[in-house]
Design a protein around this ligand. Structure first.
Ligand code: SF4
Length: 414
């Protein structure tokens, strides 16, 4: 376990056991729902820009004030209104009566021998979610894998998080603050302007189905992509879905981020069995939605995630059927060796068979890199997060982060 908090203590969130300048655990557990403190103050993190403009207008403040606040919170990463020194003391005091700048509490902070980094974050109501940073193997950048829900309503058979019931959706503030905590940990404030960033990508592939919490995910990603703050380019954001068809095109139109589909089977009967959501949105509808996904192009293909399950979905005929299925979709595949977890009946396909599977896809014109899991020693790889959480702290939630960064810094997902 690596305590990176000590390296950048000035703007760090508190942990259960580590005293820092940030808010304490007790500060947070007393906060009420939706980013509101028990004293009625509201968390600035997560308020959409338009709403913040309205809130400032109601206080008689101009759009310029919104720019200033945005700059302090999302460009400089300050966690105390008092530190916003280009705002008059009088106004800071007034702002502090109604607002605060929040962070979840870090309850675990672990670094793998392969530099994968995992944080467990506790929110105001005691619920927890995991966030994982997966550095690129070859370059000084990497992807932050973010959770959208505590638990999940879906029950994908290969996924450990699927064994946990949905507790609740995360708010926009709780979603974007996962990335902000990662930045705190790496001291990546203010937002680097020279293009060199360790935390270069966002992947919505953590716990939960992001399109079942679409509005909150959208608001959080808009904040993260705003050029005057965190400023992550939409080309560096990928949202992964199990196939919530009605929201897919909307997501493309409103956000224009990269899309990843948890596919895992080339035909309905098999997909119904391992991903029950397929009964509601079968493959034909899913592929139609992909074909119409705004922003899909040769230079920005959709990623088809495919977990390799021995004897289930890994035969050569499955690979050939996949190539047929995705006709007309600009896509590539990520082949993900299955990570066994306690209680799962599945086994991982042998490596040689995965390579043969990849070759068939390649012969049919589709890239199909094999994404070896990362962070195994800290159980940050596919489907392992929940088991760790349960083992270490019985009441804690886990995650379904699927961390495996490829050369493009994009995480492969189950
Ligand atoms: S793979 Fe994703 S959608 Fe399926 S159960 Fe796991 S977290 Fe939920």
């Amino acid at each position: 376990m690596t305590d990176v908090l000590t390296e950048n203590a000035s703007a760090q969130p508190a942990t259960d056991s580590t005293a820092t300048n940030g808010p304490s655990l007790s500060d947070f557990v007393t906060r009420a729902a939706n980013g509101q403190a028990a004293d009625g103050r509201r968390d600035l993190v997560g308020i959409p820009r338009e709403e913040l403009t309205e809130l400032m207008a109601a206080m008689g403040e101009s759009k310029f004030r919104v720019k200033q606040l945005w700059n302090w919170v999302y460009y400089r990463g300050v966690t105390d209104i008092e530190d916003m020194t280009n705002i008059s003391k009088k106004l800071r005091d007034r702002l502090a009566q109604d607002f605060y700048v929040g962070r979840p509490v870090l309850t675990a902070d672990q670094k793998s021998t392969d530099d994968t980094h995992k944080w467990l974050m506790k929110f105001h109501d005691g619920n927890e979610a995991e966030t994982v940073y997966i550095p690129d193997r070859n370059e000084d950048r990497g992807a932050v894998c973010i959770s959208s829900q505590v638990g999940c309503t879906l029950t994908c058979k290969f996924c450990h998080t699927g064994t946990q019931l949905l507790v609740r959706n995360l708010t926009p503030g709780e979603i974007v603050s996962q990335f902000m905590i990662a930045r705190d940990s790496y001291g990546e404030w203010p937002t680097p302007s020279n293009g060199i960033r360790r935390l270069s990508n966002i992947v919505m592939m953590g716990m939960g189905e992001p399109l079942f919490n679409y509005e909150n995910v959208r608001d959080a990603l808009r904040i993260a992509m705003d050029g005057e703050g965190i400023s992550i380019s939409r080309r560096r954001v990928t949202l992964s879905t199990s196939g919530v068809v009605p929201e897919i095109v909307r997501c493309g139109e409103e956000l224009g981020v990269g899309l990843a589909i948890s596919l895992h089977a080339p035909e309905d009967d098999l997909r119904n069995e391992i991903m029950p959501i397929n009964k509601k949105y079968p493959l034909k509808e899913l592929m139609d939605a992909c074909r119409h996904y705004p922003g899909m192009s040769n230079s920005r293909p959709i990623t088809m995630e495919y977990v390799m399950l021995k004897g289930i979905n890994d035969k050569p005929e499955h690979a050939r059927a996949l190539a047929k299925l995705v006709k007309g979709v600009h896509c590539k595949f990520n082949l993900i060796p299955f990570n066994k977890w306690p209680g799962s009946d599945y086994e991982c396909t042998p490596t040689n068979d995965i390579k043969k599977f990849a070759q068939i896809l390649l012969d049919n014109g589709y890239e199909a890199p094999i994404r070896w899991p990362r962070g195994r020693d800290i159980l940050a790889a596919c489907g392992q997060l929940k088991s760790e959480s349960q083992r270490q702290r019985k009441s804690r939630v886990g995650g379904c982060a699927k961390p495996d960064a490829g050369n493009d810094g994009v995480v492969a997902a189950q």
